[in-house]
Design a protein. Structure first.
Lengths: 400, 412
């Protein structure tokens, strides 16, 4: 779950026009009360896609807004963050619980249509986006994930957008563009900490109105080929992703944990990650292995046969242990109000109901050996997406 | 022979604990004292349980040539339970302080009891495993060698010597040095374990979705009913003039350390350290400050408010004056009510955010008990006033200044 959360936090924007469940009557509010500590985390999600032709717009608006939000939050010693996930434009703030109204005001201000930003602010936001775009292709770990994601979820464009879209953003009517993304009914709020549900609802009752949507599409977002930008790496990277749109999420999480344990046991000289990707675009299971150059052929074989190997090894006890480990990771990760809000909000952003996180947590304990086998068979029936980065080889004469 | 004696002594201790636990009426008066060493903070909404075991064994308990034995003991004695904790999904972090060793356990609510029992048995019942000593000694030496080039560590070492005196136990690094740790033997670890890692030297704080009685049921049998035993350290012998140490770097570290006594207004001093640090941190008019840090360190006899800056070598003296002035400014005049309210609002939020992890809250509570508190509250934020801040600043005497950098004497 932690891996899942982290991978999603680093992941991307969406520009798909796929229908998404959107609340109609003001923001959906979920409150998880933790009365013992006078700290509260508020997480506000705008369930919105970047307008076609403006990939990265959501994250661009976040970079424009963030300096002012940080300054406001700092006055009460609070901390604010802006993250663009595959599902939503997310702002979160954590600070004293009795500053609820003030902190809510900080988040509400992020929803106002951007006034004409200064040249400096524009340059700064565009520079941040450019750096993030470059970073995604710069090192092997982020590159292989981006390359897998681009093929498993083709509608899920990078959060930082594209060079062409960034050029369009420079001269776009930002208020109109924001109007195409923002509507009060697209907002959902999660609050965790020593706060009352009524107080949270009151604090978010009046959101800024949606602006004129504007019209017209600027063009099509085309992501530059990742194959042309293969990074240099000191180890070889072998990555596979299996789309699993219809898999039971809890069983898929447990299968991912079993695969990770199996591969780590067998690949002691390699770094192994197995991740459950879960967004409103669908689900997938990704295997990412970094290995010494000399072990690349063996790594390909081991990764290629991983589903079968785990299937032969699975037992009621191993499933129970893996499920328990996923649950404990979830508990550990959510031990601050901020992270608890992130977990609960992640479910809400995919369009699930307020109890979805709790239901998933409970469901993990019920996952059976048969369900895991069914997931493994489902994955094995898919054609995996394969991405590899060879280890950089230095010519003998250049070695010192 | 040594191992047999250890087992025997430990078995006796365990029997004694069982015996006392069977005599609740006789032990009633002492039970109240024992409860002072156990602090439970029930937090129904917190998803994990954090258990802080603070063993009041530190540098003052170590022979000078065995610096670091307390830390090695904690690492070695918990090494054999690593697999058990792992299977329970529990995490253990160990840190050495001058006056105590901190063992922080974090576990899921369904596993904390078993994990805690395993930890307490390792600390107070099981004999030390010599193979574990060798493994952990090697690991610590490697870690210390890797840190030898760290200027932050070098500064901390010089500041401790300047504040407490080179010969004072607290003038030594709490984790020892690569040299002293490499010389430690299993026999010395065993002796330290039996002499200093005892229930009566231990404080336990539990934070999480746990009822008080439930926690006491787990902890009482292992902790017994004795009052807290702490080794008193000798009075420090601080440097009387600024300390200058050459260090091969392109920047200079400047540190100012203000001593405060045991009756000081700690929360006001903590706020003061934050405000003073803002006056000397990087900003449009302070572009040459590369880094800055403030800390408030407490021990039984009081503590220190410390501010550290990293600046160009030629400006080191100027920034030492700025550090002195940053604190002295608050001693000259109390802040107006409005400005104080603004500063307090910010400070309060930052202070609460420091406590957002359950293990941090458990550490704070245990530490509070070690320093004579009752573990009732996490902060002293209530009732802070401009006058309290002013009084706290006025009560501070001149700081001890330490410079660490390239040819400081010539440059300055």
């Amino acid at each position: 779950m932690l891996t899942l959360l982290l991978s999603l936090a680093a992941a991307a924007a969406d520009t798909t026009a796929a229908p998404r469940p959107v609340p109609q009557d003001g923001p959906a509010v979920v409150v998880h009360r933790q009365p013992a500590l006078p700290v509260a985390a508020l997480r506000l999600s705008l369930l919105a896609d970047d307008p076609t032709g403006y990939a990265g717009a959501g994250h661009f608006f976040q970079h424009l807004a963030l300096p002012a939000l940080e300054e406001q939050a700092g006055r009460v010693g609070a901390r604010v963050q802006a993250v663009r996930t595959s599902d939503a434009v997310v702002y979160s703030i954590v600070g004293p619980a009795d500053e609820l109204e003030y902190m809510a005001g900080v988040l509400r201000s992020a929803l106002r249509a951007p006034a004409s930003p200064s040249g400096t602010d524009m340059l700064s936001a565009l520079r941040h986006l450019a750096e993030e775009r470059a970073a995604e292709r710069e090192t092997a770990p982020s590159y292989v994930r981006a390359a897998l994601r681009a093929r498993v979820f083709p509608n899920d464009l990078p959060a930082a957008g594209t060079d062409e879209a960034a050029a369009r953003l420079e001269s776009a009517d930002l208020a109109a563009l924001w109007g195409r993304m923002y509507a009060p009914g697209r907002v959902s709020v999660v609050a965790v900490g020593d706060v009352q549900a009524d107080a949270v609802r009151r604090a978010f009752r009046s959101l800024p109105g949606g602006g004129a949507a504007g019209d017209g599409e600027a063009g099509i977002d085309t992501v530059p080929s990742l194959a042309a930008d293969t990074p240099q790496a000191t180890r070889g990277w072998v990555a596979r992703a299996y789309p699993a749109p219809d898999a039971d999420p809890a069983a898929l999480s447990v299968a991912a944990r079993l695969l990770r344990a199996n591969l780590r046991r067998r690949m002691t000289r390699s770094a192994v990650e197995v991740e459950h990707w879960w967004t409103h675009h669908g689900q997938a299971l990704a295997l990412v292995v970094a290995t010494p150059d000399s072990l690349m052929p063996a790594a390909r074989r081991t990764v290629g046969g991983a589903l079968e190997a785990v299937g032969a090894d699975v037992s009621p006890q191993s499933v129970a242990d893996a499920a328990r480990a996923v649950r404990r990771d979830m508990l550990f990760y959510s031990r601050t109000p901020e992270r608890m809000a992130e977990i609960v909000g992640g479910f809400a952003d995919r369009g699930d109901d307020p109890e979805a996180a709790q239901r998933y947590f409970a469901r993990l304990e019920e996952v059976t050996e048969d369900e895991v086998r069914a997931v493994l068979e489902l994955l094995a029936a898919q054609e995996p997406v394969v991405v590899e980065v060879p280890a950089q080889r230095i010519r003998r004469e250049n070695r010192r | 022979v040594s191992g047999a004696r250890t087992v025997s002594n430990r078995a006796m201790r365990a029997l004694a604990i069982v015996f006392f636990s069977l005599l609740p009426i006789l032990a009633m008066e002492r039970r109240a004292e024992a409860q002072d060493r156990i602090v439970v903070r029930p937090e129904p909404g917190t998803p994990v349980v954090a258990v802080e075991v603070l063993v009041a064994a530190g540098s003052a308990d170590e022979p000078a040539d065995q610096a670091g034995v307390a830390y090695l003991t904690a690492r070695a004695v918990t090494d054999p339970i690593a697999a058990v904790l792992d299977s329970l999904g529990a995490r253990l972090a160990i840190a050495a302080h001058k006056d105590a060793v901190s063992l922080t356990l974090t576990a899921a609510p369904d596993a904390w009891e078993e994990a805690t029992r395993a930890l307490l048995a390792a600390l107070f019942r099981d004999p030390v495993d010599s193979a574990a000593v060798v493994r952990q000694r090697r690991a610590i030496v490697r870690e210390l060698e890797a840190r030898e080039a760290s200027p932050a560590d070098a500064l901390a070492g010089e500041v401790e010597k300047a504040v407490f005196g080179a010969e004072h136990p607290w003038g030594r690094p709490a984790v020892g040095t690569a040299e002293t740790v490499a010389r430690l033997r299993a026999r010395q670890v065993d002796e330290f374990l039996r002499g200093s890692f005892t229930p009566e030297r231990s404080i336990v704080a539990v934070v999480g979705p746990v009822e008080r009685e439930e926690a006491f049921d787990v902890l009482r049998p292992a902790l017994g009913f004795d009052t807290l035993r702490v080794t008193e350290a000798d009075p420090p012998v601080p440097a009387e003039s600024p300390v200058r140490r050459n260090y091969d770097a392109i920047t200079t570290w400047v540190s100012a350390s203000w001593h405060f006594t045991g009756d000081a207004d700690v929360e006001a001093l903590r706020m003061l350290s934050r405000l003073a640090l803002q006056r000397v941190s990087f900003g449009p008019s302070r572009r040459s400050v590369y880094n800055s840090r403030g800390e408030l360190l407490r021990h039984a006899a009081g503590g220190e408010l410390r501010l550290h800056l990293v600046v160009p070598p030629r400006e080191a003296e100027q920034w030492a004056d700025a550090l002195r002035q940053a604190v002295a400014g608050y001693a000259e005049e109390a802040l107006s009510a409005q400005i104080f309210a603004e500063r307090l609002r910010r400070y309060r939020g930052e202070r609460l955010l420091e406590l957002d992890l359950p293990e941090t809250r458990a550490r704070e509570l245990a530490r509070g008990v070690l320093l004579g508190g009752r573990g009732e509250s996490l902060t002293g934020l209530d009732g802070l006033t401009p006058q309290r801040l002013h009084d706290a600043a006025r009560a501070l005497e001149a700081p001890i200044i330490v410079f660490l950098g390239p040819s400081v004497e010539e440059e300055t």
